[in-house]
Design a protein around this ligand. Sequence first.
Ligand SMILES: *[C@@H]1O[C@H](CO)[C@@H](O)[C@H](O)[C@H]1NC(C)=O
Ligand SMILES: *[C@@H]1O[C@H](CO)[C@@H](O)[C@H](O)[C@H]1NC(C)=O
Length: 187
Amino acid sequence: MFNFSPNTAILAILAACAHGHGVLNKPSPRITGPVQKALCGSAVTTALEKDIAGPIEDALAKADANYKCNAYLCRGYQYEDNLDNVKVVSVGDNLVFHVDLIAGHHPGWANMSAVDLGTNTLIGDALKTWDEWPISGSNEDIDFNVTIPDSLRTPCNEPGKCVLQWYWWSNSNKQTYESCLDFYVEA
Ligand SMILES: *[C@@H]1O[C@H](CO)[C@@H](O)[C@H](O)[C@H]1NC(C)=O
Ligand SMILES: *[C@@H]1O[C@H](CO)[C@@H](O)[C@H](O)[C@H]1NC(C)=O
C-alpha cells in the first residue's frame, strides 16, 4: 500500500511555522567557531548552527553538562572566533543593516543596542527600538540604520569590548532571536 500521508506533510509544515526566524545578514554578524564549541558544548552549538536564524530557546532545550556559556549573549558566539570580523567605526558613522526575516508571524519587540561584553550590560539607551516588530509590510523592520553616538567612544575604544546586538523578542511564542556585530570606535 502507498504509505504517503498528506497529514504528516501538513503537520511538518505547521511545526516549521510555529517558530519565527530572523538573523542579521548585512553586515555579516558573529558566527560560531571552536571557542564557542568549547564553551557552550557541542549539543547547544550544533543546535544553534542547524538553524542560524532560529530561536535561542530551541537550542537551549538541548543543553547538557558541557553548556557553560551564555547563549543569551550573542547566541553564545565568541569574540575569539570572530577576530577577522570586527568593524572599525567613528563617532557619527551611519551603519546600514539588513535582517533576513524568514518567518515573522510572531509579533514582539526588537532593538539594536551596544552591549558591554565585559559586564553583559547595555551601554546607554538602545540605538534603535521597535515597540512592535515585525510590523507587517514595513521595510523599516528589516532595513535600518544606526548612528554611532559619542557615548560609545570611551567604552568601545578597543576590539573585544563591545558589540552591536540586534535583539528580537517574539511575545506570542516567547522566543529570543539575536545577532551581534563586533566593533570598536577608532580614536
Ligand atoms: C533592548 O534589548 C535588551 C536585550 O539586549 C533588553 O534587555 C532591553 O530591555 C531592550 N531595551 C529596550 C529599550 O527595549
Ligand atoms: C536611515 O534611516 C532613516 C529612517 O529611520 C531613513 O530616513 C534614512 O534614509 C536611512 N539612511 C540610510 C543611509 O539608509
